[in-house]
Ligand binder design. Structure first.
Ligand SMILES: *Cc1c(COP(=O)(O)O)cnc(C)c1O
Length: 521
């Protein structure tokens, strides 16, 4: 395809499906967009710089010896380039985002408004503490809420995402074991666990062993009990688990682990289903991360950073990382140095440069305060109701492996059992794109063949759930009938089915000017 120096690329006469193409490549309001490198050039810029004053160059051999060659654009061209690209994206502000385990819910605009207040948005982590008392109070208040909601003893606020929180929890467990001179090295993780769980345990130097699941999709308590012993440092359990089910034996699991001297880590990514209803502290849990960017909104998934505070039991609290906020007689103080602490402190150290994700703290606290205790309970109830509505509306079309074992929590799981003609989960997911939806989580958890994990969240209306269900019913029926046209999906997207494995394994991250011969193709 030729790139016209003035920017636009004349399109080919017909696309792969043989449909006539337009001259511009655009299809009505679906606008094509070439790469910045193809449509920009080094002569254009959106800003006029004055002459660069001569200055002594101090870079030595590191000084650039040829032009950098970055493509430039005028301001209106740049605005259009990025706006056009953004329209090819899917976002929570456009429609239902059914990604299971991700809790992609609406982010209330109120959160954004408060996070943008200059007293929060324009401060710097190195400012004197007396000038950021309000921000420290937000951290302190949010911490108090997280402790109340979970019934735990303390909370480490600084971890920057769920996986980082897992690291915090396991480092605390490691320190607690070290403090008693205990060399345990095995961490047990259920087969259905999120990949970050075994990865974190291995990263902390533990040996990971898996615990089998029962046919009802829960941890096999007998198998767990049998494996427990003096070499087990702890277990990492997700509750509600990644099959969308509550682990009813959680207290028995915690008791059994504690009886052999181990610790219980809970992956709290699914807290949305139980917030305000169940306090993890009552289930014998020693450490649990809370994905603020899931349960307590705050944008994520390309929209913003995560935040993963970790609530800790009394046994693990002394080992929590620095820094943390305390309230003193003259206000709030960020405790940054171990020497400033009580002598008994056994903190394992510091995980981040500063105190955590301030913008996410402000959003999460806004979310909590604007919902109140009753509202948070309703979040859990409505999210569970919505997931069960999806489960029961589709179980006659899509195989639902755990539907027989009762209601699900906030996510519903289906499998590709019953699809014919060589069709699989990926074909259904791609057809969902044609229907205007982001696909659900696919092929996870691994314990379900061709898994489709759907999490609607509480912020979807019945009308939007009904539309999603109608789309899935239609595609599910086509998949069962072996409709081979599904293999071509998506057909209405700007790009067709891509080789995602190749893209993930061998991404082409560097732009090279096409050879003249190729450019004339
Ligand atoms: C999202 C998630 C994680 C990881 O959290 P991040 O914030 O993405 O690091 C861990 N476990 C489960 C079950 C999750 O859903």
């Amino acid at each position: 395809m030729t790139v016209n120096p003035s920017g636009w690329r004349p399109s080919t006469p017909a696309n792969e499906q043989g449909e006539a193409n337009t001259v511009t490549g655009n299809r009505a309001l679906m606008l094509e967009e070439a790469l910045l490198f193809e449509i920009g050039d080094t002569e254009r810029t959106g800003v006029d710089f004055g002459e660069v004053p001569s200055a002594v160059q101090r870079l030595g051999k590191l000084a650039r010896n040829r032009p950098i060659g970055l493509a430039g654009m005028t301001e209106p061209e740049a605005v259009r380039h990025y706006t056009r690209l953004s329209r090819q994206n899917y976002a929570i502000d456009l429609g239902l985002f059914p990604l299971g385990s991700c809790t992609m819910k609406h982010n209330p605009r109120l959160n954004e408004k408060l996070a943008r207040l200059p007293g929060f948005a324009d401060i710097h982590p190195l400012q004197p503490q007396e000038t950021v008392q309000g921000a420290l109070e937000v951290i302190d208040q949010l911490a108090a809420w997280l402790i109340t909601l979970t019934g735990m003893h303390s909370v480490a606020m600084s971890p920057k995402a769920g996986a980082h929180g897992e690291l915090c929890g396991l480092l605390s467990i490691r320190s607690a074991l070290d403090a008693r001179g205990d060399k345990r090295e095995v961490v047990l993780v259920p087969e259905s666990a999120h990949g970050t769980n075994p990865a974190t345990a291995a990263f902390c130097g533990f040996r990971v062993e898996s615990i089998p699941a029962t046919s009802a999709g829960r941890v096999d308590l007998d198998a767990l009990r049998e494996r427990l012993g003096p070499d087990v440092a702890g277990v990492m359990i997700t509750n509600p688990n990644t099959c969308g089910l509550f682990e009813p034996d959680m207290i028995a699991i915690s008791d059994a682990v504690h009886a052999v001297g181990g610790f219980v880590y809970c992956d709290g990514a699914n807290f949305n289903a139980i917030v305000g209803k169940v306090r993890p502290g009552d289930l014998g849990i020693d450490a649990m991360h809370i994905n603020l960017h899931k349960t307590f909104s705050t944008p994520h998934g390309g929209g913003g950073p995560g935040s993963g505070p970790v609530v800790l039991s009394e046994a693990l609290s002394p080992f929590a990382p620095l820094p943390y906020v305390t309230k003193t007689s003259d206000g709030f103080r960020l405790v940054e140095e171990e020497t400033a602490l009580a002598e008994s402190s056994e903190s394992f150290g510091r995980m981040v440069a500063f105190h955590g994700q301030m913008g996410m703290f402000t959003r999460a606290l806004t979310y909590i305060l604007s919902h109140g205790a009753n509202g948070l309970r309703q979040v859990a109830e409505d999210s569970v109701l919505n997931a069960n509505y999806i489960l029961r509306s589709l179980e006659d079309v899509l195989d639902a492996p755990f539907a027989h074992s009762g209601p699900c929590m906030h996510e519903a799981i289906f499998s590709d059992k019953g699809f014919s003609g060589g069709l699989s989960t990926i074909d259904l997911a791609k057809a969902l794109i044609d229907e205007g939806f982001h696909p659900m989580t696919m092929y996870f958890p691994l314990v379900v063949h061709g898994a489709m994990l759907v999490e609607p969240t509480e912020t979807e209306s019945k009308a939007s759930l009904d539309q999603f269900i109608a789309a899935l019913r239609s595609i599910g029926e086509r998949a069962k009938a072996g409709d081979q046209s599904l293999k071509a999906a998506p057909v209405h997207a700007p790009r067709r089915r891509l080789d995602e494995t190749l893209a993930a394994r061998k991404p082409v991250l560097t732009y090279r000017d096409p050879e003249p011969a190729q450019a004339a193709e």
